[in-house]
Design a protein. Structure first.
Length: 206
């Protein structure tokens, strides 16, 4: 039977699938996934995220959350579709918030490292004197060296080499949503180490 949230016959079958899935029947949950994964992706996640990779990540997260909270769903005369769509919208909003936090952190990091990536052939565009820029470069490098290798690599690729998100995700063998989280954690770790080094007088000793 074709899934149809407005069809009483489908709703009856859907309720049976939910009850079975709650008892641990994986095939029953897989049937719910097959019924609603495509419309969730096309009608909820892609319109909200606009990125296929992010939408795929959100889809996986939506059904993971649904499986964990399936016992909380109240079986009434309303399809589980509406519940799944609400979870999906929340996942999309979470991704937008994470992306916004990452963007703010990105701007802060780029403001810090901008003198290191400018063209030396255009000295009038340099903010810092050459020796000060060199001290900054050494301090940034020293801070990066204190991070774990994965954080160091994602910062190098994403910011110092300015690689696109998609390319970074592929090189690190992670999904784009996972990359965004990794970037945010890496920048937080960098900021913490940077602050500690500066407070310890790193700019004077470099």
């Amino acid at each position: 039977m074709e899934p149809d949230p407005k069809n009483p016959k489908w709703l009856k079958q859907e309720r049976r699938l939910i009850k079975k899935a709650r008892r641990g029947d994986r095939e029953a949950f897989a049937a719910l996934y097959r019924a609603y994964a495509r419309p969730l992706y096309a009608r909820v996640l892609m319109p909200n995220l606009g990125d296929p990779g992010a939408a795929q990540d959100a889809l996986a997260d939506t059904f993971h959350t649904a499986l964990e909270r399936l016992t909380q769903f109240e079986i009434k005369d309303v399809s589980i579709w509406h519940w799944l769509a609400r979870i999906g919208k929340n996942k999309a909003m979470d991704m937008h918030r994470a992306r916004a936090r990452t963007t703010r952190a990105l701007c802060n990091f780029r403001n810090l490292t901008e003198p290191l990536t400018r063209n030396p052939a255009e000295p009038d565009r340099l903010i810092f004197a050459k020796d000060e820029a060199e001290r900054l470069r050494r301090l940034v490098q020293a801070t990066l060296e204190t991070l774990n290798p994965r954080y160091r690599e994602v910062i190098r690729m994403r910011f110092l080499e300015d690689k696109p998100r998609k390319e970074c995700a592929e090189l690190l063998a992670v999904k784009i949503g996972t990359l965004d989280v990794l970037v945010l954690r890496a920048l937080r770790a960098f900021r913490k180490k940077w602050t500690a080094m500066v407070e310890a007088g790193g700019t004077k000793h470099e």
